[in-house]
Design a protein around this ligand. Structure first.
Ligand code: SAM
Length: 290
C-alpha cells in the first residue's frame, strides 16, 4: 500500500468517513522520497526506539517501523486509530496510542525502551510545534535526537546563530539542551492538503552531558525569556520587566560585570553569556533575601 499516493489517501479517508481536521494540523505527506529521507536521517541509526508524534494515516510510521526496532506513535485523533490498525497491520513493532502528546506521561510510556536508545521523529502539527518541542526538551528523557518537520520560519529560528536577526528565546533555550541542524526544506506541494507555508526538517542532537551549568536553571530560563520578551528594549530595561525583585541599577551593573555594554540588546548574547549573567542575577536575588 502506497500511503504517499494521493488516490490512496483519498480512498482511505472516504472508506473511514474522515475529513482532514484543521484543528489537529492534519497535513499528510505525499512524497515518498521525503518520508524516506526523514526516516533515514532521524537518528543516525543510533536509537532502537522512535517516538512519533502524530502518525496521521501511518505514512512516516511505516518507514520508521521498517528501520527501527520499536515505534511508539501518539495520535490525538481517535478516528485515525482504526485507519492505523489497518495501514500498519504488517508491523508488529509499532504501538499506537490514542493520546494527546501534550498530556501524555512520556516517561511512563517510554521508560521500557530507554536501554536501546530512543529518539523522536515527527511531522509536527504546526499549531503546537513550540509547546511540544519544549515538553520534549524539558522532559529530561534520554533522547538521542529529536527530528521534526516544522514551519520553515520556526526552523530558521531554532537553527539561528546567537546575535542574528532570527535568534529568539527558543534558540537559546534549545542551545542549552543540544545542537540543531536544518536537514532540508519541503515545499507545501508535498502535503495533502497543502499547508500555507513551506516546511523544514530540523534534527536536534541532545547533549548527554550539558556543557552549560547555571547555578539556578529557573533563573537562567527567566533571564532568557525576559531578554527576548522585550527585544526592542535594551537589556537592562528588558530584565527590569522580568525581575521586579532587583532594581534596574543593580541589573545594569550585573550586565556590565559580565563585560557587556549597558545598552546591549538581549538577542546579542550567546548561551554562555546568558548563563554567566543568570548566575549573577541568582546571587543578587539570594543576597536580597539574606
Ligand atoms: N505523520 C503524518 C504525516 O507525516 O503524513 C501526519 C502529520 S500531520 C502534520 C500531524 C498529525 O499530528 C495529525 O495526524 C494530527 O492528528 C496529529 N496531532 C495533532 N495534535 C496532536 C497532539 N496534541 N498529540 C498527538 N497527535 C497530534
Amino acid at each position: 500500500m502506497n500511503l504517499c499516493d494521493i488516490k490512496t489517501i483519498k480512498q482511505i479517508m472516504a472508506v473511514y468517513g474522515l475529513k482532514f481536521r484543521k484543528e489537529f494540523g492534519q497535513n499528510f505527506l505525499t512524497n515518498r522520497m521525503v518520508v524516506e529521507d526523514i526516516a533515514d536521517s532521524c537518528c543516525d541509526g543510533r536509537s532502537g526506539t522512535v517516538l512519533e508524534i502524530g502518525p496521521g494515516i501511518g505514512t512516516l510510521t511505516a518507514e520508521l517501523a521498517a528501520r527501527y526496532e520499536n515505534v511508539i506513535a501518539l495520535e490525538i485523533d481517535k478516528s485515525l486509530i482504526p485507519v492505523l490498525a489497518y495501514t500498519l497491520e504488517d508491523f508488529k513493532n509499532v504501538r499506537v496510542i490514542n493520546e494527546d502528546a501534550m498530556k501524555a506521561d512520556l516517561r511512563e510510556i517510554l521508560s521500557p525502551y530507554f536501554e536501546g536508545g530512543i529518539s523522536v521523529c515527527a511531522n509536527l502539527p504546526y499549531y503546537i510545534t513550540t509547546p511540544i518541542l519544549m515538553k520534549l526538551l524539558e522532559s529530561g528523557l534520554p533522547f538521542d535526537y529529536i527530528t521534526i518537520m516544522i514551519q520553515s520560519e520556526v526552523a530558521d529560528r531554532l537553527c539561528a546563530k546567537a546575535g542574528s536577526r532570527d535568534c529568539g528565546a527558543i534558540t537559546t533555550v534549545l542551545s542549552y539542551y543540544g545542537t540543531a541542524e536544518k536537514l532540508f526544506t519541503v515545499s507545501a506541494g508535498n502535503f495533502m492538503p497543502p499547508p500555507k507555508v513551506n516546511s523544514s526538517v530540523v534534527r536536534i542532537k541532545l547533549y548527554k552531558d550539558k556543557p552549560y551549568k547555571p547555578k539556578n536553571e529557573d533563573i537562567f530560563f527567566r533571564t532568557v525569556k525576559a531578554a527576548f520578551e522585550q527585544r526592542r528594549k535594551t537589556l537592562p530595561n528588558a530584565l527590569a520587566s522580568g525581575f521586579s525583585e532587583l532594581s534596574k541599577e543593580t541589573l545594569t551593573s550585573l550586565i556590565v560585570e559580565c563585560g557587556l555594554s549597558a545598552d546591549i540588546r538581549g538577542e546579542k548574547l550567546d548561551t554562555e553569556t546568558f548563563v554567566a549573567l543568570s548566575d549573577k542575577i541568582t546571587k543578587a536575588i539570594a543576597a536580597n533575601h539574606a
